[in-house]
Write a protein that binds this ligand. Structure first.
Ligand SMILES: NC(=O)c1ccc[n+]([C@@H]2O[C@H](COP(=O)([O-])OP(=O)(O)OC[C@H]3O[C@@H](n4cnc5c(N)ncnc54)[C@H](OP(=O)(O)O)[C@@H]3O)[C@@H](O)[C@H]2O)c1
Length: 248
């Protein structure tokens, strides 16, 4: 009998991370979570155990402590088959316009830290000759909007990092890199926002799409929901002279 495959979900306290870890557990995978808030991640681990029977270890990790990321990867009991970054921080755009520390936190959390961490996993997977890397970015990175461009710019940087990493890994062989771009998802991140119902999905939908693309159909850049792909295609096609008057 072959051993079950393994996944490490980084940002294991997140709502989408919870749903994604459950999806993998229900497919018979070994699942581990890494999280800054280990109490919240343990609650998710307990729920996954109750619903799937899979034991889910929780590792402590603050991704902003970038000088410790290499030690974190080296100290894992085993290198997972798949690693997924759920790391994100929406922040407060208005505050970020004048509070440089807040803007820095948003940029580092959405771009610098997950990029450095997934880059380390890529090197380890390349040395092993196999592995799948999934980065959860956002449609917000596809075009800068006045209402959330600090978060959006950081997600754009992360999407480009994943694109380049995918390119590099394709030449090396054996390692896949998947970029996931959700639109609106009902989670604690967006709980304070009024989201358009027809375009908004639950975390379970994101989880199902991640599992399908990472483990089944081999797609490498996915929008969660074809509607959102269409919306972003239209938004990206609007000329800048018109776009800046839309106050999005
Ligand atoms: N919800 C949406 O509409 C939407 C849309 C597009 C993309 N996304 C992306 O989807 C991903 C998951 O988001 P979500 O909606 O599930 O929101 P969430 O529950 O707020 O998840 C964000 C995760 O990032 C973690 N995190 C932030 N800073 C960290 C740090 N320094 N070290 C370790 N972990 C850190 C959080 O951990 P703590 O619990 O410790 O804060 C949390 O687990 C994010 O990348 C988000 O940008 C969400």
């Amino acid at each position: 009998m072959t051993a079950p495959k393994s996944v490490l979900v980084i940002g294991g306290s997140s709502d989408i991370g919870h749903a994604t870890a459950l999806r993998y557990a229900q497919a018979g995978w070994q699942v581990a979570l890494a999280a800054r808030d280990t109490t919240a991640a343990q609650r998710n681990a307990d729920d996954i155990k109750a619903r799937s029977g899979v034991d889910v270890p929780v590792h402590a990790l603050d991704v902003l402590a970038t000088d410790k990321l290499a030690d974190f990867v080296a100290a894992l009991p085993a290198l997972p088959d798949t690693v997924i970054s759920m790391i994100g921080e929406l922040g407060d755009q208005k505050r970020a316009e004048t509070d440089l520390a807040h803007a820095t936190m948003i940029m580092r959390t959405n771009f610098e830290a997950p990029s450095l961490l997934l880059g380390l996993f890529a090197n380890a997977f390349q040395a092993r000759g196999a592995g799948t890397i999934v980065g959860v970015s956002s449609v917000a990175g596809d075009r800068g909007r006045g209402s959330n461009y600090v978060y959006g710019a950081a997600k754009a940087g992360f999407s480009q990092f994943l694109s380049g990493l995918r390119n590099r890994m394709a030449l090396a062989g054996g390692v896949r890199v998947v970029t996931v771009k959700p639109g609106f998802v009902r989670t604690r991140m967006t709980a304070h926002l009024k989201l358009p119902a027809p375009l908004t999905v639950d975390p379970g939908r994101v989880a199902a799409d991640i599992f399908r693309s990472a483990e089944e159909n081999g797609r490498e850049v996915i929008y969660v929901g074809r509607r959102f792909w269409l919306v972003m295609t239209i938004i990206c096609a609007i000329p800048e002279t018109v776009f800046k008057r839309l106050k999005l």
